[in-house]
Design a protein around this ligand. Structure first.
Ligand SMILES: [Zn+2]
Ligand SMILES: [Zn+2]
Length: 418
């Protein structure tokens, strides 16, 4: 027997309801905030990710699924979606249609990570990008959108961490102080970070090594060095968040080591999930479009891991939504044919309905209705049918009653809604 690939789990029918719920809520909220879906290919030219994510990052150096295709072109399965979105934005000149382009995506991403709890090699993200404005209102809206998303999914243990990491105007001064403090504690850094200290010291901020993280915690923070425009931007963002009643905490350790990341940086964390607790990571990248060959264009976005969001859903969410529809149980050939027709009529009205095609006994059919989580069971027996009656059994409340066959479909549609 051939098994699936390690770190690339199946999402089975029993779990899919939660995924669909998360995706539906996301789609509906994106719609109300003016974000439209974009779908880019699963693979891109490798060069796009090297430039978009950055040489020297863990993703580019260790985690990409890169391969040569039949014509010896180097392609990579997307490890993230921001670079492909920016590529599409530039390639199709989306800025000509709107000065502020707001898009979202839902789909699988691929990274060759060491399999461990909460990390997968094929994982799924919901993300959004707003390209074309550096106004703090765009940042505030995006955070309000996410707060609403978690609220609608009834995920309560979530907390917004917010920071500003400055821009090319103030980063040099921060870098100077940061490098000085790193040099002072160089022996505590990992081998990679000692190299980064010479080549691109800010990437030390992204190192996952615990020793390095401890050193970084004691280092100067970008927020202490913000220039006038960056301070103003952050102040305005805080005002707008208060206006929209978005709750957050400042987390000055929330930083990114790539030059094109600017100003607003944020995470939504689930306080109960343990080490892999960030549900969403995002921020401004006012330098990214230019880094990918476009004109200077500000932007902001986020990506959330669907696996972690699903793991954060309240336990009763799926059970509550589960009991739905009508199982039609029949006794005898004539009743079965009536039932077959009723099922079809219900389905055409948008009601989930089914009946047995495997010759189960009546008892077996009722057991099946229970197993498949149907709310109602409509029982068609031979004697009743002669009187034009059927039995409606409520699988949730218990109890049953006789109703007229002619009215059955109409009555069930009323109860179930479309
Ligand atoms: Zn390190
Ligand atoms: Zn600045």
């Amino acid at each position: 027997m051939i098994k699936g690939v390690r770190g690339a789990p199946d999402i089975l029918p029993d779990e899919i309801g939660k995924w669909q719920r998360v995706e539906e809520v996301a789609r509906s909220i994106f719609h109300t905030y003016g974000y439209t879906e974009i779908r880019t290919p699963i693979f891109e030219k490798t060069e796009l990710f090297i430039r978009g994510i950055g040489q020297g990052t863990d993703i580019v150096e260790k985690e990409m699924y890169t391969f040569l295709d039949q014509s010896r072109e180097s392609l990579t399965l997307r490890p993230e979606e921001t670079a492909p979105v920016i590529r599409a934005y530039l390639e199709h000149n989306l800025s000509a249609r709107a000065s502020l382009v707001k898009v979202y995506y839902i789909g699988p991403m691929f990274r060759h990570e060491r399999p461990q709890a909460g990390r997968f090699r094929q994982f799924h993200q919901i993300g959004a990008e707003a390209i074309g404005s550096d106004h703090p209102a765009v940042d505030a809206e995006l955070l309000a959108l996410l707060q609403q998303f978690f609220h609608e999914l009834e995920i309560q243990e979530v907390e917004l961490h917010l920071n500003s990491i400055g821009d090319p105007g103030c980063r040099p001064r921060f870098r100077e102080h940061f490098v000085a403090s790193m040099l002072a504690r160089e022996p505590e850094l990992c081998e990679d970070c000692r190299m980064r200290l010479r080549r691109n010291p800010l990437r030390i901020l992204d190192c996952k090594n615990e020793g390095c993280r401890r050193v970084v915690e004691g280092a100067p923070k970008p927020i202490q060095f913000l220039c006038e425009p960056c301070t103003e931007h952050f102040k305005r963002l805080e005002e707008l968040l208060h206006l929209l009643d978005v709750k957050y905490v400042i987390n000055d350790r929330l930083v990114r080591g790539l030059d094109y990341y600017t100003r607003t940086t944020f995470e939504f964390v689930n306080k109960t999930l343990g080490a892999q607790n960030a549900l969403v990571g995002g921020g401004r990248y006012d330098g990214l479009v230019e880094a990918l060959g476009g004109p200077p264009t500000p932007g902001i976005g986020f990506a959330m891991g669907i696996e972690r969001v699903v793991a954060s859903l309240p336990k009763d969410l799926q059970a509550a939504a589960a009991l739905q529809g009508v199982y039609v149980a029949t006794l005898g050939r004539e009743a079965w044919e009536k039932g077959f027709w009723i099922v079809q009529a219900l389905r055409q009205k948008g009601v989930r309905a089914t009946l047995d095609v495997e010759g189960r006994s009546l008892k077996g059919q009722l057991r099946q209705a229970n197993k498949e989580k149907f709310r109602y069971c409509l029982i068609l027996g031979e004697d009743e049918l002669k009187k034009g009656q059927v039995t409606l059994k409520d699988m949730k409340e218990g109890g049953q009653k006789s109703i007229m066959l002619d009215e059955a479909v109409e009555r069930l549609v009323e109860r179930q809604g479309p």
